[in-house]
Design a protein around this ligand. Structure first.
Ligand SMILES: *Cc1c(COP(=O)(O)O)cnc(C)c1O
Length: 402
């Protein structure tokens, strides 16, 4: 083993490695060795970036739009984001309340660095997106998990919030629709969170990255529609990664109070400077142009969601909340924990994901990665053929446990 002469920062040592990495590395190795792996682990749309967006990127290169841009992003893009939000939601912002950054994940990072520090606690409803707790820890603060119940469709039960709140609570992260559950917080829940936030001066981070992929007919409830006063203490995280199938372009954005965006700009100016000039031009075409692409994707995802739910419902002792948005199902497979295959005990979601990978050649993400060990995440951003075959394999694999 290589010697470790140089010690690492305390900050980085607090962050646990993602439990998805081991399963993911094994899936890649099996695939490279020629195994017929069906991939249900991907967290991105299986569509290509729309043509007009790619064209805008190419034009940016041809026009040699290849230099540094302003730290918070080009003014046309920030203006377009402000206009998109006004059109879609009726919320009024100015371009200096917007920061464009290198993907939604980077926006969240900048936010945590600007807002939180040692001694602060941040409420994270669990199941949560994998990056929330480590991002909070990297800022020196402490994530406090608030459990969401499957029986309540993973909506937050605001009456239990008190148990997790302390004098150190600085804020809460909302992700509705959610990755990994696809669940949406109800208006009543958001109202209860909003009320506490106003009373206790919390910052609300609302991760809206899946807000265009919603299967319900009713409009998506949003914290900013609960009480206009909340605008002063809410920061929106969004981007084009999911809505325009642009995960590789790395463009996200944050919208909120000017002084918070200003602090985030200070951090961005000393770290990444600005997101790619070329990707910003492509994102501009996405945000300003026609909005039929996310609608088309959602219409393609819906029959896949319904099929996968029907198949899961036909499996003995498996339960699954109906996702109202995003492109994941999060079935509860815990009735199969404690069972064995060839003397190997399935003792939790990591062992289950490992078993599904080795014996059924299904790549999934263990619920432990999202703070919910009873579950395993399947993405349905993949073809109907793969979903059909995958569900057959899942049924057989679960039936083979004893
Ligand atoms: C994908 C995703 C993001 C943003 O991803 P980027 O690729 O960094 O833009 C943010 N939040 C959630 C919950 C996501 O699933």
């Amino acid at each position: 083993m290589e010697s470790q002469k140089i010690s690492l920062s305390e900050r980085v040592q607090q962050v646990k490695p993602s439990p998805t990495l081991a399963v993911d590395a094994k899936a890649k190795a099996l695939k490279a060795a020629g195994a017929d792996i069906l991939n249900f682990s991907v967290g991105e749309p299986d569509f290509d970036t729309p043509e007009h967006v790619c064209e805008a990127g190419k034009e940016a290169i041809d026009a040699r739009f290849t230099r540094y841009t302003p730290v918070p992003g080009i003014i046309e893009l920030r203006q377009a984001i402000v206009e998109r939000i006004a059109t879609d939601h009726g919320w009024q912002y100015e371009p200096d309340q917007v920061q464009v950054c290198c993907g939604g994940k980077h926006g969240l990072y900048n936010m945590c660095q600007a807002l939180f520090g040692p001694g602060d606690e941040v409420l994270v409803p669990a199941p949560y997106w994998v990056s929330y707790p480590p991002m909070i820890q990297l800022a020196g603060a402490t994530p406090v998990e608030v459990p969401l119940a499957e029986e309540k469709d993973f909506d937050l039960d605001a009456s239990i919030l008190d148990k997790y709140v302390s004098d150190k609570t600085r804020g809460i992260i909302i992700n509705s629709p959610s990755n990994p559950t696809g669940s949406v917080f109800s208006k009543e829940t958001l109202a209860a969170i909003g009320k506490m936030a106003i009373e206790r001066n919390w910052v609300i981070i609302t991760d809206d990255i899946y807000d265009t992929i919603v299967y319900d007919e009713e409009p998506l409830p949003h914290i900013l529609d609960v009480d206009p006063r909340l605008k002063e203490q809410t920061i929106i995280l969004n981007g084009v990664s999911k809505s325009f199938a642009m995960t590789g372009w790395r463009i996200g954005y944050s919208v909120g109070p000017k002084h918070i965006i200003g602090a985030m700009n200070k951090i961005q100016s000393q770290s990444t400077s600005n997101p790619s000039s070329i990707a910003q031009k492509a994102a501009l075409a996405a945000v300003r142009g026609p909005q039929d692409f996310p609608v088309m994707m959602k219409e393609a995802f819906l029959p896949r969601r319904d099929y996968i739910l029907k198949e899961l419902a036909s499996i003995d002792k498996v339960t699954c909340v109906v996702p109202k948005g995003a492109f994941y199902v999060f079935p509860n497979l815990s009735a199969y924990y404690g069972k064995k295959f060839n003397d190997k005990i399935i003792d939790g979601s990591v062992a289950m994901a490992d078993y599904l990978l080795e014996e059924a050649l299904l790549a999934t993400v263990p619920g432990a990665a999202f703070g919910a060990d009873a579950f395993v995440r399947f993405s349905f951003a993949t073809s109907m053929e793969i979903i059909e075959e995958g569900m057959k394999r899942l049924k057989k694999a679960l039936a083979d446990l004893s």
